[in-house]
Design a protein around this ligand. Sequence first.
Ligand SMILES: C[S@@+](CC[C@H](N)C(=O)[O-])C[C@H]1O[C@@H](n2cnc3c(N)ncnc32)[C@H](O)[C@@H]1O
Length: 272
Amino acid sequence: MRALPVALRALLAQLAALAAAAPLAAVLGQSAAWTPGLPGLAIMAGIAAATLGHVLRLPPWWLPMQLLFLPAVVAASTLHLPAWLYFAAFAVLLSFYWSAFRTRVPLYLSGREAWDRLLAQLPAAGAFRFIDLGSGLGGLPLYLAGQRPDGEYCGVEVAPAPWLISRLRAWRAGGCVRFLRTDYARLDLSAFDVAFVFLSPAAMPDIWRKAASEMREGAMLFSLAFPVPGVPPDLVLEGESGAGHALYGWRMRRDIFPAAAQDFRHSVESFR
Ligand SMILES: C[S@@+](CC[C@H](N)C(=O)[O-])C[C@H]1O[C@@H](n2cnc3c(N)ncnc32)[C@H](O)[C@@H]1O
């Protein structure tokens, strides 16, 4: 079961809880002693979903969501909102969060203070290529391009709405940054001197394998807030908001991950 993605395990727990709630409602409905009503059933199903979520080893922060989901659905139904509003809200959320259920990396943004720490680490002289893997609304590469116009900047973003917003911002700024809408796993990182990520702990092992096997010797990988498990960084820059928002940096060397170098090439697109 643990091999299944977290979102799928959460869905299974909800469906099983719903399936259990229906016969329970029928049984209780025949008993004159106590009729729980829809809110009561939703609460019981929520408790069952959270318990099942625990059994299916969902991360702890999923359990309150499991508990509250069905009661929230029942509560929302009492507002009698038009159905299209739910669909519109779903479409907006989908366009911003897209495959977050798979990547486990939602949209949240880094800020100027972290960008300045990164800016100070860019190659001191000469042309260089920079990429933000999971570029969100594009703020970081646009900012760096404004500060260091001698570099070439690129952002890659899988979710349509943030990507579109980035494209519009780049167009307004004069086209100084290129934004691609694709999964960063499909890119070849060998063309880049500096790669930046602000993702999640779940994404870091794969990012490390990819960077270590594709980036050339001397290139730098930076990660905001999330270290690579088991790989000590060459650089840790703590910010004003403390260790939780440290900027970690790794310089690529040939002796890291030699075995992965051969088989980790997903290179579909290249920037060369
Ligand atoms: C936490 S946000 C960071 C945004 C931006 N880099 C910043 O620092 O403000 C992570 C972004 O990565 C995107 N993302 C997650 N997995 C991705 C993937 N496999 N390929 C491309 N983008 C991805 C998400 O859609 C989200 O917008």
